[in-house]
Design a protein around this ligand. Structure first.
Ligand SMILES: *[C@@H]1O[C@H](CO)[C@@H](O)[C@H](O)[C@H]1NC(C)=O
Ligand SMILES: *[C@@H]1O[C@H](CO)[C@@H](O)[C@H](O)[C@H]1NC(C)=O
Ligand SMILES: *[C@@H]1O[C@H](CO)[C@@H](O)[C@H](O)[C@H]1NC(C)=O
Ligand SMILES: *[C@@H]1O[C@H](CO)[C@@H](O)[C@H](O)[C@H]1NC(C)=O
Ligand SMILES: *[C@@H]1O[C@H](CO)[C@@H](O)[C@H](O)[C@H]1NC(C)=O
Ligand SMILES: *[C@@H]1O[C@H](CO)[C@@H](O)[C@H](O)[C@H]1NC(C)=O
Ligand SMILES: *[C@@H]1O[C@H](CO)[C@@H](O)[C@H](O)[C@H]1NC(C)=O
Ligand SMILES: *[C@@H]1O[C@H](CO)[C@@H](O)[C@H](O)[C@H]1NC(C)=O
Length: 481
């Protein structure tokens, strides 16, 4: 009898202890903090660590896909009609982007490297060979005409040369030539006057098997938030350029966040050399990539908005005060003066005017937005797609008859989708981490549950226990008082 009630009371005490332990673990955040510090410890670039191997040679395949716009009505456009285009693509390249010439600096707090990108054509993932013909704007000619439009003597000379060699506002070239370069007759002729001029033109000319300069990254040894952040680029200190394959920069407060690395109110910065600037992305929704939970970040429409909506974009009104509408960036300044305007594919999120100006534009969020999906627990990029369109500013230039009666348009040449999806091997590793994290984080709640369960058992046993008469009689006065 004594043994039995002793046992029952132990259950009661035990349930209370477990409850207290569970609740204090929840309140003190021990397990999430423990996870946090585990992740932090992993996020450092050191020789022979997993994070370093992944950074040096990212395992998931990166694909660069190009979609061209083939012009169908050049003669009508010369007479002032709306251009009509047909989207042609994809032309897919596997992008290899290892870090090379890796060199640790400053006691392992920084690491220097170059990022060499190589593009290998993937016929099986492409609609046709690189030799497919595309009719589009003659970009070298448009550039030269813009450049000399206010110099009548030169304009006359160039115009005469163009007439004699039958060069016009539009040209038909292969996809491969437009991307990787071709010798342009007009540039070659001008080279006689200007020997330092490069007579090869291509939108990605010299981009293959080359690096874009010397980077110095933080290793994250001092602060995990600096993991893989760019310190300097070609010797210049860079603010806001964090990149692990152009993807992620983590900024914001981590405070009392449940998730160790990323939370929903953080801002991701991406550096894009195509745009000559850094962009940022904000949380949009929860997603799942190959079964792994993620947060989707997208650039807010404000990034490309016109001045009324986002005064920060004043820097892209060049010359000062000369602003294009929403959704367009004039990057002429960083493309050797070529009249190149960047936008989202099909002018997604741009001023409706630009969509209307070209027959064949069908902007659509799903296909044309830039997205980055990140696993919040680890900060690992699950999936990303950078989507950008290259356009040329076309206008009538009185000194060049080659421009005919063309109307002023932002003419789409191609758009690209540079995308990556986490590889299956990394998914398996992440699944284990996510499952472990779920268990670890839930241990305090399991303890509380167990405490409540045992408490219930205790009460049940107490009620069912027969109370001896004598004891009951003794207790009565106590109860009354
Ligand atoms: C990493 O360590 C190996 C051998 O321990 C060495 O050969 C290699 O140069 C080191 N790499 C760097 C980038 O320091
Ligand atoms: C590297 O560490 C040594 C010894 O800890 C220290 O004397 C030196 O100043 C450090 N160098 C740098 C660049 O931090
Ligand atoms: C890029 O360079 C590599 C190696 O130099 C070559 O194999 C590949 O065909 C090139 N890609 C393009 C698109 O020219
Ligand atoms: C693009 O248009 C030109 C001119 O109409 C045509 O010759 C060419 O075959 C088209 N390209 C493709 C890939 O369909
Ligand atoms: C991080 O964001 C804060 C404001 O939220 C900003 O002041 C700070 O400059 C940002 N840090 C970097 C490196 O961009
Ligand atoms: C800027 O964009 C907003 C919203 O799209 C529009 O209402 C406004 O008229 C635009 N302003 C200019 C100057 O284009
Ligand atoms: C784009 O910027 C250049 C200067 O970088 C300027 O000359 C040109 O007029 C601008 N184009 C448009 C369409 O505003
Ligand atoms: C890239 O984007 C294009 C356009 O939205 C889409 O058709 C294509 O499937 C995407 N490619 C990948 C690999 O996701």
């Amino acid at each position: 009898m004594l043994l039995k009630s002793c046992c029952i009371y132990s259950i009661g005490i035990f349930s209370i202890l477990i409850l207290i332990a569970g609740i204090s673990l929840v309140l003190s955040n021990v397990f999430p903090n423990f996870l946090h510090s585990m992740v932090k410890k992993e996020m450092v670039l050191k020789n022979d660590t997993e994070a370093f191997r992944v950074w040096e040679n990212p395992p998931p395949p990166v694909y660069m896909q190009f979609y061209f716009f083939n012009l169908t009505n050049p003669l009508e456009v010369m007479d002032g009609d709306r251009p009509a285009v047909v989207e042609i693509g994809p032309y897919t390249y596997r992008e290899y982007r290892p870090m090379e010439q890796v060199n640790f600096l400053d006691n392992g707090t920084k690491v220097a490297a170059v990022n060499t990108k190589t593009y290998i054509f993937q016929p099986n993932m492409s609609r046709g060979p690189e030799s497919d013909l595309i009719r589009t704007v003659n970009i070298p000619a448009m550039t030269v005409m813009e450049r000399f439009k206010d110099q009548p003597f030169m304009a006359n000379l160039i115009s005469a040369y163009m007439r004699s060699s039958d060069e016009g506002l539009f040209t038909t070239r292969t996809a491969g030539e437009l991307l990787w370069g071709y010798e342009d007759a007009l540039l070659k002729a001008l080279k006689v006057l200007q020997p330092d001029l490069d007579d090869v033109f291509g939108l990605f000319y010299k981009a293959n098997a080359t690096n874009d300069g010397n980077y110095v990254f933080f290793t994250g040894q001092q602060n995990y938030k600096d993991f893989a952040r760019v310190d300097t680029w070609n010797g210049e200190r860079s603010v806001n350029w964090w990149t692990t394959d152009e993807c992620n920069m983590i900024n914001g407060t981590n405070g009392a966040s449940f998730h160790p690395v990323i939370n929903k109110n953080e801002t991701l910065y991406m550096f894009s050399s195509d745009l000559c600037r850094s962009l940022y992305a904000l949380y949009e929704e929860d997603v799942s990539v190959k079964g792994i939970p993620g947060y989707r970040f997208v650039p807010p429409s404000k990034v490309f908005a016109n001045l009324t909506v986002n005064p920060d974009n004043a820097g892209f009104c060049v010359p000062a005060g000369n602003c294009l509408g929403s959704g367009l960036l004039n990057v002429s300044g960083c493309k050797q003066g070529a009249p190149i305007i960047m936008s989202s594919p099909h002018f997604y999120q741009a001023d409706e005017k630009y969509v209307q100006d070209i027959f064949g534009m069908k902007p659509n969020k799903e296909q044309h937005q830039t997205t980055i999906d990140i696993n919040p627990l680890t900060g690992i990029v699950l999936q990303a797609a950078k989507r950008l369109q290259v356009n040329v500013y076309v206008e009538q230039i009185p000194t060049f008859s080659q421009t005919g009666n063309v109307r002023t348009v932002v003419f789409p040449v191609l758009y690209l989708n540079e995308s990556v999806v986490i590889d299956d091997e990394s998914v398996k590793k992440l699944q284990v981490v996510v499952a472990e994290a779920n268990i670890v984080v839930n241990i305090p709640f399991m303890l509380i549950g167990l405490g409540i369960l045992l408490g219930g058992v205790f009460m049940l046993l107490m009620c069912r226990q027969k109370v001896p008469e004598s004891t009951a009689a003794e207790r009565q006065p106590l109860l009354r008082s």
